[in-house]
Design a protein. Sequence first.
Length: 202
Amino acid sequence: MGKNKYGFIGPNPDQNSSTGKGIYSVNDIMDLISQGKYPGSLFASYLVIAGGGGGGGVAGSNGSGGGGGAGGYRSSYPADSYSGGLGVLESQVELVADGSTTYTVTVGGGGSKGSNSFGSKGSNSVFSTITSEGGGRGGGGVSNYTGGSGGSGGGSQTNQTSTGGAGTSGVGFAGAPGGQSGGYYGGGGGGAGATGTATSGS
């Protein structure tokens, strides 16, 4: 016997606004809503990733800008072991399925690079009540050495050897400092799974 509606093989159980059950596709849910038979809310897993930060720039040969930080990573998806920054998985979000309630969905864009200046911060991404913060800008130029904070922090410019931009707890890690040992190098931006790194060069 072939599969029937709502994920069942054989006769369907009764579907109504309080006891309906099944494995629903989006079309199934819309069908039940139109009949007034859907329970009224559902719990959705999500993965919300923001835009990454733009890298910084330094003019001339004796310097390097820092890398932009990764966009914030927030997850309640069961297949993930962690949310960003190796934080615990978040709770699912409850959505009202009444055919008229709307929810905000925003996909954040990446930041722009700097030209002898710091880059720009990435834009936030949003799903319902969940906001994931954009990645921090990379440090650059002659006066903005330090990477910026964000979902994950931006890396710092060559002249800032002590710190990178901070990441947001449970969302992403910090960026790396720059350096001048063995060459001039900028720090890498932080990511969802690890702090940024910097490698000396000549």
